[in-house]
Design a protein around this ligand. Structure first.
Ligand SMILES: Cc1cc2nc3c(=O)[nH]c(=O)nc-3n(C[C@H](O)[C@H](O)[C@H](O)COP(=O)(O)OP(=O)(O)OC[C@H]3O[C@@H](n4cnc5c(N)ncnc54)[C@H](O)[C@@H]3O)c2cc1C
Length: 290
C-alpha cells in the first residue's frame, strides 16, 4: 500500500463536505474499508487523499417516520440484520445483509459502502431494488434524492459529484399484507460473477389469494441488480398458486438469459437460467407461508 496519501477524519457531514471540496479528484471516501482497503493493498487505486467517515456518527441510524424507513449510509450490515425494525418492516433487507461475507465483514462493512462500490454482486442493492428504494446524496450544492433507476450511470457506477457522499437510503415500510425474502447462490469470495441472487416483495390480496403487487430483483445477471418486470406483470392479478409461480419463474429465467446474452458472461447461461428458478421457488415457498 502506498503511504503517500493525506488522511482526514471529519466528525460531521458538514466538515466532510468542506474537506471533500478542498481535495482534488484523487480522493477516496472510506467507510468500513472492506472493499477500499483491498483495492489499496492490491494497488488498484492510489489516491492522494482519504476521507474517513468512521467518526461521522450522524450517518449511523435506522428509523421509521410516517411509514418511511430511513437508514444512514454508515450503518453496518450487522446493525441492519439485527434491527427489529428492518426485520419487521423490510425482512428482505435483513436477509440480504445476513448474506454478506463473514461476521467480521458484516461488522465493518456499511450499506453505504455496498451501494457506492457499485458491484454487480452487492447483496443489499439487490434487496433495495426490490424495495424500490431512494437515495439521498449530499454535497456542497445541497442534497439531491435519486431513485433506484437514476442511481447508476452507463458504466454501472453510482453517479456522484467529487464533493458528494451518500447520506441516506429510504423506502416505504412494508405493510401487513406484504411479504418479502432474499436468496443468494454462490460465494462472492469465490468469484463474484458466479453469484446469482433474487429478492421478492409480494403484496397479496388475502380475500382472493391473488397477487396485488410484486417486485422481483435479480443480482449477478447484469452490471447492476435489476427488476424482472415481465415476470412481475405475469403474476399481478393472478392467484398465488404453484402453477402461476412456476409461470412467473419461467419469465424470471427468460429475463436472466436475455441479460446474460448481452454480457461477457454468456457461458454462465446454462447455470444461471436454472439457478434463478431454484432460488426463486425457495423464496416464494418461504414467504408464502408467512
Ligand atoms: C471477504 C469479503 C467478502 C465479501 N462478501 C460480500 C458479500 O457476500 N456480499 C456483498 O454484497 N459484499 C461483499 N463484500 C464487499 C463489501 O464487504 C461490501 O461491499 C461492503 O458493504 C462495503 O462497505 P464498506 O463500508 O466496507 O465500504 P468501503 O470499502 O469503505 O468503501 C467502498 C466504496 O464505497 C465508497 N463509499 C463508502 N461509503 C460512502 C459514502 N457514504 N458516500 C460515498 N462513497 C462512499 C468508497 O469510497 C469506496 O469506493 C465482501 C468483501 C470481502 C473483503
Amino acid at each position: 500500500m502506498s503511504n503517500s496519501f493525506k488522511y482526514y477524519s471529519p466528525t460531521s457531514v458538514e466538515e466532510t463536505i468542506e474537506v471533500l471540496k478542498k481535495c482534488n479528484e484523487s480522493t477516496c471516501v472510506l467507510a468500513g474499508g472492506t472493499d477500499l482497503i483491498v483495492k489499496l493493498k492490491k494497488h488498484m487505486i492510489d489516491p492522494e487523499n482519504i476521507v474517513n467517515l468512521k467518526k461521522v456518527d450522524e450517518l449511523n441510524y435506522i428509523e421509521e417516520k410516517d411509514g418511511i424507513v430511513k437508514i444512514g449510509a454508515m450503518t453496518t450490515h450487522s446493525q441492519i440484520e439485527q434491527s427489529p425494525l428492518i426485520n419487521g418492516k423490510a425482512a428482505i433487507l435483513a436477509e440480504a445483509c445476513r448474506h454478506v461475507g463473514s461476521t467480521q465483514i458484516r461488522n465493518l462493512g456499511t450499506i453505504g459502502g455496498n451501494i457506492m462500490n457499485s458491484s454487480a454482486a452487492a447483496d443489499s442493492v439487490a434487496a433495495l431494488t426490490a424495495l424500490d428504494a431512494s437515495f439521498v446524496m449530499i454535497g456542497s450544492s445541497g442534497e439531491r434524492t435519486v431513485s433506484m433507476d437514476q442511481l447508476h450511470g452507463k458504466s454501472g457506477n453510482v453517479i456522484r459529484d467529487k464533493d458528494e457522499i451518500l447520506k441516506e437510503i429510504f423506502f416505504k415500510s412494508l405493510n401487513g399484507s406484504t411479504v418479502s425474502g432474499f436468496k443468494k447462490l454462490g460465494r462472492r469470495s469465490a468469484l463474484a460473477i458466479v453469484v446469482v441472487s433474487i429478492g421478492i416483495v409480494l403484496e397479496n390480496d388475502p380475500r382472493k389469494n391473488t397477487c396485488k403487487n410484486i417486485r422481483i430483483s435479480l443480482g449477478g445477471i447484469s452490471r447492476n441488480p435489476s427488476r424482472a418486470k415481465a415476470a412481475e406483470q405475469f403474476l399481478i392479478g393472478r392467484e398465488i398458486n404453484i402453477k402461476n409461480i412456476k409461470g412467473c419463474l419461467d419469465k424470471v429465467s427468460e429475463f436472466t438469459v436475455d441479460n446474460l446474452e448481452k454480457s461477457p458472461f454468456k457461458n454462465l447461461i446454462p447455470h444461471k437460467r436454472y439457478a434463478v428458478k431454484g432460488i426463486g421457488m425457495e423464496v416464494f415457498e418461504r414467504i408464502c407461508k408467512r
